[in-house]
Design a protein around this ligand. Sequence first.
Ligand SMILES: Cc1cc2nc3c(=O)[nH]c(=O)nc-3n(C[C@H](O)[C@H](O)[C@H](O)COP(=O)(O)OP(=O)(O)OC[C@H]3O[C@@H](n4cnc5c(N)ncnc54)[C@H](O)[C@@H]3O)c2cc1C
Length: 236
Amino acid sequence: MLFAETARQAFLRTAVAAGATIAYGEPVTAIRRNGAESLTLEGDGWSISCGKAVVTAGPWLPRLLPVDLGAILRPQRIPIFWFDPLPGRAPDFAAGRFPLFLLETADGSLVYGLPKWRDIRGGVKIGFHNKHLTDIDLDGPRPPVRREEADELWHAFNPSLPGLARAARGMSCVYTMTPDECFIIDHSSEIDNVVFASACSGHGFKFAPAIGEALAQMAVNGRSAIDLEAFSLARF
Ligand SMILES: Cc1cc2nc3c(=O)[nH]c(=O)nc-3n(C[C@H](O)[C@H](O)[C@H](O)COP(=O)(O)OP(=O)(O)OC[C@H]3O[C@@H](n4cnc5c(N)ncnc54)[C@H](O)[C@@H]3O)c2cc1C
């Protein structure tokens, strides 16, 4: 089980220790070619010149690379829920006793979940991986979770995992889907000297260190040490 925020902070600390400067709240609004060898990253009232750029803007990638990715990436809202153990059952769902799980039901639905941990929302975090996905407008309000979605989820896992109350707290998250649900890691065909990754479709976090290393090699050496052909943009 990875603790996403702790992991992110570790990456950021490591980057700063290696000399990186980190800017928050300053989105890049455009990437432009500036002669044959140089790029300009533009923001609101600022710009930076650089030789290479690695772009990992998640669902917002098509805004920076519309030709490469505009017709391919699909931001979709997916609900996730926290269920409380029934009275007396909390120890059964604690980390160390209850496992991480992925459950495939008879209709092909995938349900995943984590043990009860120090989650700010409390309860056992459970969600469908491949159900209740709906297209969203990134600029609009995130559609709220629905009671029927929590109910359907509970009915899917409860025969295998009894002991959780049916009432749940939920929130809407975003998966950035590709047509084959696999990653895209490639050189941009739209802007020379830009490499990008959409480590996405809802299963990219655990691969971040490996993908980051590959992206750095692609930017610095022109290619990665391992073959990433399977993740090329050309397959679409
Ligand atoms: C509910 C849920 C459960 C998940 N569970 C798992 C799991 O169990 N295991 C797993 O491996 N993965 C999981 N994932 C998927 C994982 O979170 C993503 O694959 C991963 O976060 C993608 O990383 P990323 O860096 O490509 O994009 P993101 O994490 O989306 O990061 C993109 C970043 O770019 C920034 N940005 C965007 N536009 C700009 C701009 N113009 N200028 C500057 N910065 C910009 C954003 O602010 C953001 O910080 C889950 C996702 C969800 C929603």
